[in-house]
Design a protein around this ligand. Structure first.
Ligand SMILES: C[S@@+](CC[C@H](N)C(=O)[O-])C[C@H]1O[C@@H](n2cnc3c(N)ncnc32)[C@H](O)[C@@H]1O
Length: 207
């Protein structure tokens, strides 16, 4: 079950005004979140580069018209989820932090975006028990109930998964996707050093 890298250049065309307005609101609300007293920077929620993710998703949308469903693993404020909904995907977000779930739902509601955000874990329960790398330096919560049943979806139902893993978690995320996603599905990951990378799950050669 290999993952092959996809070359997806960020679409340079200007963002539509709906995306600009949504992003402005997301940034204002995110800034207020980080301005709270006692907030610990670098733990839990960290925003990705939303404009870059949007531009890359727009390239993917044009290149793969068959992809319809997208899941944001660890959806935080739901900014990527909202932008993906604006691009026409059927979007789900999974977020462990109940406060972030509430904020993201409010943001989507204020912009009339049809996104389902569920509180829980994107790590499939059986994966967490059997396959996780034990020596991993991780900020992702690796245990607890997963959110797929509540969404009435399985990880293998999604055409695209977006995630922003901590650098030491990237291999773990790719492994989870390799084992549980459907053939043909695409994993998009953001990293502050590498930008957005894309991988497609393909069958082993000869199968
Ligand atoms: C680096 S932030 C990325 C947020 C968002 N995707 C973005 O691009 O702005 C990772 C998010 O994953 C959440 N998280 C950590 N472990 C999780 C888990 N097992 N299931 C769901 N969310 C999780 C954190 O609370 C945090 O909001």
């Amino acid at each position: 079950m290999p993952l092959v890298s996809l070359e997806l250049a960020a679409d340079p065309a200007p963002l539509p005004s709906a995306a600009v307005q949504f992003l402005q609101a997301a940034m204002v609300r995110t800034a207020a979140w980080f301005a709270r007293p006692g907030v610990v920077a670098g733990a839990g929620f960290l925003p990705s580069d939303y404009e870059l993710v949007y531009r890359t998703l727009r390239t993917l949308r044009a290149a793969d018209r068959h992809a319809r469903t997208l899941c944001e693993w660890g959806s935080g404020f739901g900014a990527v989820a909202g932008l993906a909904a604006q691009l026409g995907y059927a979007v789900y977000g999974i977020e462990i932090d109940a406060e972030l779930v509430a904020h993201s739902r409010a943001l989507h509601q204020d912009f009339d975006l049809d996104v389902t955000v569920v509180q829980g874990s994107f790590v499939p329960e059986d994966y967490a028990r059997r396959e996780r790398l034990s020596d991993l330096d991780t900020r992702t919560v690796m245990s607890g109930p997963d959110a797929y049943a509540e969404m009435d979806m399985a990880l293998s139902d999604f055409d695209i998964v977006f995630a922003y893993p901590w650098p030491t978690e990237e291999e773990q995320y790719r492994d989870m996707f390799r084992r549980r996603a459907d053939y043909g599905a695409v994993l998009l990951t953001y990293s502050s050093e590498e930008g957005v990378r894309a991988y497609r799950k393909v069958p082993k050669r000869g199968l």
